[in-house]
Design a protein around this ligand. Structure first.
Ligand code: FAD
Length: 395
């Protein structure tokens, strides 16, 4: 007897979506199947992504800054954007990162905090994928606690001079423009953080690539070294005041991850279910053993719950303002469950589970990065518990 249901059907997910959302998810899934899946394992193995080519194709599909309005952006609902992230990450977390960093971090920062001139200069080209952006917040000594950042912007006449080092910056080595966050010392520590839109060909700017990653290999990561980079006053993001600026961008990108993690987990589970139906152990298919069935049922339940949580958060975001703590709940749960599912699926594939012939180990390794960036699980636990108890346990 063949399978009678998918996880989505088990949870009736489809019924929660409208026609537009279903159509967008189907378009991205189709692009993933035809264009990305045949090559993604090779990109991962090579640790290289054809970024320029892909950027134009993803731009054509309207995936960059998809839920932003104007400037050539598609202006879809947040839920539709989330579903696009889900289908992209079902292929590879690195590809979803590419979309998130361009749209939710770099474009969102310019769209939300930029001047009209900055928006006109960058957003239409970024939406088309003709210009690539990156978002520089993390530093070698300050990841979870960006308030301690040492990158400094000092005034020189009307100009700003930026100096410091950013670390682990997605797309930095290939970007045309970097949104860089720096301490200015204005208004006291922490509140003096300001954002700058820095063309990457500005003298003093360099972005060496970080090699030897064992995770998110189909994604370009680099440092940003700012050696007295001089930018005009007009490079400052006028509406960003203090750390709230970059943190609100992170909240946008985390929202995409809430959905994206579901995609990675779904791909692992589908692979494991198919494999266990074909693989014979002790004279019958692996899927026919109760131990395997318990694994599959438990994973499907967690996946379905993660799906429903993502859609619920999408609905909250589409109906108005979503609280950062609500996004934290989704990021914490969905990434944690996705990585548990990926590792469990790996066991079902046995030795085959460690090769790039199947997507499972690639997803599991990728999810290690997803667990860490955009706030580690511990940071989200602290945020959620702070909201619930009123006690700040960050320090
Ligand atoms: P640390 O802050 O040093 O944390 C180490 C451990 O300590 C973690 O487990 C953490 O949860 C824990 N910890 C920290 N504080 C506490 C506490 N108070 N209580 C208990 N535990 C605590 N950054 C960008 O700005 N832009 C990007 O585009 C970007 N892309 C990335 C791509 C990849 C592939 C990766 C891996 C990272 C990327 N990052 C990016 C950086 C990422 O956001 C940081 O790595 C992350 O914020 C964690 O910082 P850290 O690595 O310095 O870890």
């Amino acid at each position: 007897m063949g399978a009678t249901m998918s996880t989505e059907q088990l949870f009736g997910v489809d019924r929660l979506l409208n026609d537009d959302e279903r159509a967008i998810a189907a378009t991205v899934a189709d692009f993933g199947t035809k264009r990305l899946r045949p090559q993604v394992a090779q990109w991962f193995e090579d640790g290289a992504l054809p970024v320029r080519e892909l950027a134009l194709e993803l731009g054509d599909l309207g995936l960059f800054g998809m839920h932003l309005d104007g400037y050539g952006c598609a202006g879809t609902s947040a839920t539709a954007y989330g579903l696009a992230c889900l289908e992209a990450e079902a292929v590879d977390s690195g590809l979803r990162s590419f979309i998130s960093v361009q749209g939710s971090l770099s474009m969102f920062a310019i769209h939300r905090f930029g001047s009209d001139e900055q928006k006109e200069q960058w957003l239409p080209a970024m939406a088309k994928g003709e210009a690539l952006g990156c978002f520089g917040l993390t530093e070698p000594d300050f990841g979870s606690n960006p308030a301690g950042m040492r990158t400094y912007a000092r005034r020189d006449g009307d100009d700003w001079i930026l100096s410091g080092t950013k670390m682990w910056i997605t797309n930095a080595p290939v970007a045309d423009v970097a949104v860089v966050w720096a301490q200015t010392g204005e208004n006291g520590l922490g509140r003096g953080v300001r954002g700058f839109v820095v063309p990457t060909d500005t003298p003093g700017f360099s972005a060496p690539e970080i090699k030897h990653k064992m995770s998110l290999r189909a994604s370009v990561t680099g440092e940003i070294v700012l050696a007295d980079v001089r930018v005009p006053a007009s490079a400052q993001l006028p509406e960003a005041d203090g750390l709230r600026g970059p943190l609100s961008c992170l909240n946008e990108a985390r929202f995409g991850i809430v959905f994206g993690a579901v995609g990675a987990a779904r791909d692992c589970l589908e692979t494991a279910i198919e494999y266990s139906g074909i693989r014979e152990v002790f004279d019958k298919p692996l899927a026919g053993y109760q131990l395997t069935q318990a694994k599959i049922a438990d994973m499907a339940v967690e996946l379905g719950k993660a799906y429903l949580l993502a859609i619920q958060l999408g609905r909250i975001k589409d109906s108005g303002r979503i609280a950062p703590e609500q996004v934290s709940v989704g990021k914490l749960n969905n990434v944690r469950e996705a990585i548990a599912i990926a590792r469990q699926c790996r066991t079902i594939l046995g030795a085959n589970g460690i090769t790039l012939e199947y997507p499972v180990i690639r997803h599991a390794n990728n999810l290690e990065s997803v667990l860490t960036y955009e706030g580690t699980s511990e940071m989200h636990q602290l945020m959620i518990a702070k909201a619930l108890t009123g006690q700040d346990a960050f320090r």
